[in-house]
Design a protein around this ligand. Structure first.
Ligand code: GTP
Ligand code: MG
Length: 486
């Protein structure tokens, strides 16, 4: 049975790969995946990238644009009829005119850009760039394909019982202790278990804890599957072996398999396996706000993400249909919350987080790089006198309701803040007690406190549309598509 479904799956994948390949012959296309856990900065990143390309942003490091070889970039109808279009115009208007960040988005979306450029040898060419925005939570589901229900249960429970998660999982674990996996299946017990398990996952996601590794992803973003059996299960205290017919265990296992069939496999087939390039956006500063456990958790999530590219290459499907991603960029977003003296340190933190995962995952053939960026820079820098010292500070308009020293900001006033330097020495940073964060201490005791700022006020120069300020967005572009515009 499993074999047949995999054969069907492969046939579908191959048909799709052939079609993509045929299209690509006439019209060179790069499919760029943009992902990151919720609130990582995907929507802002894509909006800024498209704006910069179509309007001609200030991108000195993006060679083809900086040297004038890009004649123009324009939006075009996207190739997939069943994927929502990325609401670029709406997001841009919110950012520029209302000075608000775009609303949260929960589904996959797509946008096509056509870039007319001149090759270094003078020939006129066109490159089509398909940008696909999908939730990082879906990516973290891919490793489930290689796990049995029993393996997944053991891993999830190990996580739930350790560190700060244990407290958040208390109600779920208490319910679990009352369950006999071999007892007859029972819909009500299962519903309660699934609800408590979901509550625990969303508590981990809270700003105070900022945990990253929270599969199954659809438990937090159910979309149109909310309430369906494929989303109504939870881990059990079971080991490998036979689940008695009609037992709770058998029911949970069946639904776990349904989740893989209904949610994970289609995502792999329709989206993940078709990407050429991937950028993974990471909100490392939220992890700093929360504390060392959150950083540690982020590291585990990055390992999980890199595993997807490796797993995809070896075991999920035959080697013919491995993902074709050959460049992966990990980007720490919102670097404008730090003084530029700390940008390299932020990059270093991310490099450390991802570095171990890269070493473990033996990424055959894909180039991996790391950058700290701000897709839209909301702050300026200044040296502010404090007593005898001049502190490297950042100036911005904190979002309405943000708190500092017991004061709530009104969303209009510009302030200079000293966000704290990231440490130069990263040794031991990921271990409990390395520094103080919101997960263990009161906000005024935390070592880092990165405020949310409003988008910048842009000055219009005549009729010309203003460029969006950024940090290192051009470097990201150069790595992601620079080689395809040579
Ligand atoms: N200062 C600053 N804040 C940013 C930047 N990018 C994102 N943010 C902040 O991060 C929040 C989330 O950004 P989004 O782009 O909506 O993130 P997302 O990954 O699309 O989030 P979901 O759609 O909820 O998954 C924004 O509301 C901003 O507060 C940036 O470049 N600079
Ligand atoms: Mg979004």
């Amino acid at each position: 049975m499993a074999l047949l479904s995999e054969l069907v799956e492969e046939a579908r994948l191959s048909a799709r790969a052939l079609k993509d390949c045929g299209d690509g012959l006439f019209n060179p296309t790069v499919r760029l995946g943009v992902t990151g856990l919720s609130r990582a900065g995907k929507t802002v990143f894509i909006t800024a990238l498209v704006h910069g390309l179509t309007r001609g942003g200030r991108f000195p490091v993006f060679e083809s644009l900086a040297t004038g070889r890009i004649a123009r970039a324009r939006l075009a109808p996207q190739p997939d009829d069943d994927v929502p279009r990325f609401a670029y115009e709406e997001h841009l208007r919110t950012l520029v005119e209302e000075r608000r960040w775009p609303n949260s988005t929960v589904d996959i979306s797509e946008l096509r850009l056509v870039i007319d450029y001149q090759r270094s040898n003078g020939a006129e060419r066109t490159l089509t760039l398909d940008i696909v925005d999908y939730p990082g939570e879906w990516l973290l589901d891919l490793p489930l394909l290689n796990k049995t229900f029993e393996e997944w249960s053991a891993e999830s429970l190990l996580l739930a019982r350790a560190g700060p998660r244990a407290e958040l999982a208390r109600d779920f674990l208490a319910h679990l202790a009352t369950l006999d996996p071999n007892a007859p299946e029972n819909e009500q017990t299962t519903l309660i278990a699934a609800k408590l398990f979901t509550d625990y996952l969303s508590a981990c996601r809270d700003d105070r804890f900022a945990m990253s590794l929270l599969p199954p992803g659809r438990f937090l973003m159910p979309g149109n599957l909310a309430g369906s059996p494929a989303l109504t299960f939870a881990p059990l205290d079971v080991t490998e072996g036979g689940a008695p017919d009609g037992s709770l265990w058998a029911m949970m296992r069946r639904r776990f398999e349904a989740y893989k069939d209904v949610v994970v496999r289609p995502f792999f087939r329709d989206h993940f396996s078709r990407l050429d390039r991937q950028i993974v956006l990471v909100d490392a500063l939220s992890a700093f706000n929360a504390g060392p456990e959150a950083l540690h958790d982020l590291e585990a999530a990055m390992a999980g993400i890199l595993d997807c590219f490796r797993i995809g290459r070896s075991t999920i499907f035959s080697s013919l249909f491995r993902p074709r991603v050959d460049r992966i960029l990990f980007a720490a977003t919102k670097a404008d919350h730090l003084h530029h003296l700390s940008h390299d340190r932020l990059e270093e933190v991310l490099r450390r987080t991802v570095g171990q995962a890269v070493a473990r995952s033996e990424l055959a053939g894909a180039a991996v790089d790391v950058v700290a960026l701000a897709a839209v820079r909301a702050t300026k820098e200044a040296l502010v006198q404090r007593g005898r010292d001049k502190l490297p500070s950042i100036i911005g308009t904190p979002a309405k309701g943000e708190l500092a020293n017991g004061e709530a900001f009104d969303g209009e006033t510009e302030v200079a803040t000293f966000p704290g330097d990231l440490p130069a020495n990263l040794d031991g940073l990921f271990e409990g007690g390395a520094f103080r964060g919101l997960s263990t201490d009161a906000p005024d005791k935390a070592d880092y406190r990165f405020l949310r700022f409003r988008p910048p006020r842009l000055v219009r120069n005549g009729a010309e549309e203003p460029a969006l300020p950024h940090i290192r967005l051009d470097r990201a572009l150069q790595f992601l598509i620079g080689d395809r515009l040579k």
